[in-house]
Write a protein that binds this ligand. Structure first.
Ligand SMILES: NC(=O)c1ccc[n+]([C@@H]2O[C@H](COP(=O)([O-])OP(=O)(O)OC[C@H]3O[C@@H](n4cnc5c(N)ncnc54)[C@H](O)[C@@H]3O)[C@@H](O)[C@H]2O)c1
Length: 440
């Protein structure tokens, strides 16, 4: 029988030799790029997903995220280094299992941890001696030790002895071609020092650096602090924009000038509201946990309130700008540019476009949208289909509302043709104006 040292040493050797078999549960924005990074470094990786349609798409070499091209996916499939599967039997044959499943909010705004529980249950049910399990899903502090660890213990696992368990937050920014998964250092916190060392050895094969921290709880908090930092600073920029509007000053001009300070300042810009699976969601995981500890996370609550009020502010901007042109919002023709939550991606989760379009339609506006990344967009009572930004559509619209500054949009041409542009992304700054432009 292998000793503890043998178990950890054997896995370290397999990791260093790239002979360790990897299974990555959840093949979405996070799990697929991670699987591709490990496969490209020489590991054999199985991407597991409970969605058969997603697995079929991936098995045909079609990527579902902007961070992985279908060409590289197809090459890895052909070389046998990556496979997509719904067969969880593969877990028992894997040396390393990484969990990248969603962590959304319930309607009550409390954490919905059910996807993590289902994934961990699948791993724990067939765990074998010497496996390394890493949770990457963003979650509240304590998840790994209070929720995941007992599930393995209940199956007889001895953590740090015959099973190694760690948390390592995923920090990618989908669509960011400058900082890809392989460029971003990982933070790793294991349940025991042996768990940390093994997880660290694993990630060192694909990223430039690993920051080891003293516990999974610290690693969980690192991710939440990063996203609270972003959320709060976006809220500050949003509130600052409201103040600049009242003072009739360009918000962007102020922020750009402040950003010339080489230290102590980081530029954040206002927008129509926050979206995606991270910024609107993750801080609430922390405030939920703090509430259980009798503490109200005030910055998080205020940032959330300010950011969630932005869609209503955009509605007011559109309504007032139309009014100034002698047009009521009722029956106004509005072309929305961009429904994805940020530029360059197709992700519409939590996108402020949803609330804004619904509010415009409820007030009787005739709304169409263009988004090169999102062919259809469900709104209240119907699903809208994307249209092209033709000259005819630009002339038809009483108002062009920029919600996402996708690089594919020709903003100069749009400015030259549209009668009224409401720009919530400062996409038109520095361009030559023809009609009227209102900016956040
Ligand atoms: N999207 C981002 O920008 C980002 C960045 C950093 C961290 N994260 C975090 O990473 C995690 C995953 O986010 P994502 O954006 O990749 O989500 P996603 O929705 O794009 O992908 C998750 C995948 O997991 C699958 N899945 C769900 N339950 C499963 C189960 N029990 N077994 C197997 N597969 C299952 C889904 O079918 C889906 O394909 C979340 O915790 C998120 O907060 C996301």
């Amino acid at each position: 029988m292998e000793t503890l040292l043998d178990c950890a040493t054997a896995l370290t050797r397999r990791i260093e030799a790239r002979t360790a078999r990897l299974a990555i549960i959840g093949q979405g924005y996070v799990g697929l790029p991670l699987a591709v990074e490990f496969a490209a470094m020489g590991f054999r990786v199985t991407g597991l997903d409970s969605d058969p349609a997603r697995v079929a798409t991936l098995a045909h070499g079609q990527s579902c995220t902007p961070d992985v091209t279908s060409v590289e996916l197809t090459a890895l499939l052909r070389e046998g280094r990556y496979e997509a599967s719904t067969d969880f039997g593969v877990l028992e044959r894997s040396d390393v299992v990484i969990i990248c499943v969603p962590t959304p909010l319930r309607k009550s705004k409390d954490p919905d941890i059910s996807f993590v529980v289902a994934a961990v249950e699948a791993v724990a049910a067939g765990f074998r001696r010497g496996q390394l399990v890493v949770l990457e899903s963003t979650t509240y502090p304590g998840t790994t030790e209070e929720l995941v660890l007992p599930m393995f213990k209940a199956r007889g696992a001895r953590i740090g002895e015959d099973l190694f368990l760690a948390f390592s937050p995923e920090r990618i920014d989908p669509g960011n071609s400058v900082f890809r998964a392989r460029d971003i250092p990982k933070v790793v916190g294991g349940v025991t020092p042996a768990c940390t060392r093994l997880a660290s050895a694993l990630y060192r094969t694909v990223v430039p650096g690993v920051q080891e921290v003293s516990s999974p709880r610290v690693a969980e908090l690192v991710k939440l602090y990063e996203n609270v930092f972003r959320n709060v600073n976006i809220a500050l920029a949003n509130e600052f924009a409201l103040m600049c509007q009242r003072l009739e000053v360009s918000t962007k001009e102020v922020i750009d000038a402040a950003a010339t300070k080489p230290f102590g300042f980081m530029a954040f810009y206002p927008g129509p509201g926050i979206g995606g699976h991270c910024i609107p969601v993750d801080p609430l995981y922390l405030s939920w946990k703090m509430r259980l500890n009798g503490y109200e996370a005030r910055f998080i609550a205020l940032a959330d309130e300010i950011n969630r009020a932005m869609p209503r502010h955009v509605l007011t901007m559109v309504s007032e700008a139309l009014n100034d042109m002698g047009r009521p919002l009722m029956c106004a023709r509005i072309l929305v540019l961009g429904v994805a939550y940020k530029r360059g991606v197709s992700d519409t989760r939590e996108s402020p476009a949803q609330e804004i379009i619904n509010a415009l339609r409820r007030r009787g506006a005739d709304v169409v949208y263009a988004d090169p990344h999102v062919p259809s967009f469900p709104v209240e009572e119907t699903t809208l289909k994307a249209i092209d930004v033709t000259q005819e559509v630009l002339r038809w619209a009483d108002c062009v509302l920029i919600l996402t500054d996708h690089p594919e949009f020709d903003f100069q041409r749009i400015l030259e043709t549209a009668r009224l542009v409401v720009d919530t992304r400062n996409a038109t700054c520095g361009l030559t104006l023809a009609g009227r432009v209102v900016r956040l």
